[in-house]
Design a protein around this ligand. Structure first.
Ligand code: DC
Length: 232
């Protein structure tokens, strides 16, 4: 039996703050498993949309859950692949309609309860860097390091807009900002596990930082909190 307690790093914050890109690189540097929990909520939202169900429809989404099989694995580059009933939906869950749907489905308590064990199980088995909205507050309240990553809505919308263009999806900047603000409001104001900074989380604002600057800031926080030995 493996008695070693695994290390865990929780990174929470609003969409577009840079959580996933930073967490991915940190995971590589530290030799941890990267877990993108938003991708799991996105997979549930995609299942609802494909079934013709509004992701905000609490009773119909809850009734769909027993029929959803969610799978996850990692390719050689450490990219987290998501599977819905056996189909690889890693690309499909990044569509804009799924982003909006995920924040609606994520407000449903039955959805959060359905996904809680999956997330905790990953942290029981591996050293993890897990990103999401409620990792430090609900999923891993005993995480070794908790970081609350933020940036202004304008900076986050600008990044999301560029990302969409790079993926070849056309997007209107003002509309992207509006969507970012709507998702912030839904993620922050919901009753069940809302987005909020855990009391023992270290805040990190990336508004004025580029990727390298943000990465160095987070690595410093992790090393300070773990006494310089995050991968022992
Ligand atoms: O991180 P993301 O944008 O891929 O997340 C998609 C949605 O899922 C987001 O609007 C909020 C929700 N979410 C959540 O409620 N809790 C998490 N731990 C992760 C994501």
């Amino acid at each position: 039996m493996d008695l070693k307690k695994h290390r865990s790093i929780a990174i929470d914050g609003p969409s577009g703050a840079g959580k996933s890109t930073l967490a991915k690189r940190l995971a590589k540097e530290l030799g941890y498993h990267y877990v993108d929990t938003g991708a799991i909520y996105r997979t549930v939202a995609l299942a609802a949309l494909r079934a013709g169900i509004d992701p905000a429809d609490e009773s119909r989404v809850a009734a769909l859950l027993p029929d959803i099989r969610i799978g996850m694995d990692y390719d050689g580059d450490g990219l987290q692949h998501m599977y819905l009933n056996g189909e690889d939906v890693t690309g499909a869950i990044r569509e804009n309609r799924v982003s909006a749907g995920a924040s609606k489905a994520a407000a449903i308590p039955a959805v959060r309860a359905f996904l809680l064990d999956t997330q905790r199980e990953l942290a029981r088995k591996h050293d993890v860097i897990m990103d999401g909205r409620d990792i430090g507050t609900v999923v891993l309240p005993n995480a070794d390091v908790k970081i609350f990553l933020t940036a202004t809505p304008e900076a986050r919308a600008e990044r999301r807009w560029r990302e969409l263009l790079e993926r070849g999806q056309s997007a209107d900047k003002a509309r992207v900002l509006q969507e970012v603000m709507e998702r912030d409001a839904r993620d922050t104001n919901r009753a069940s596990a809302p987005l909020r900074q855990a009391e023992d989380a270290v805040p990190a604002d990336t508004t004025k930082l580029d990727f390298e600057g943000s990465y160095r800031l987070l690595l410093r926080i992790i090393r300070e909190r773990m006494g310089g030995t995050p991968n022992e």
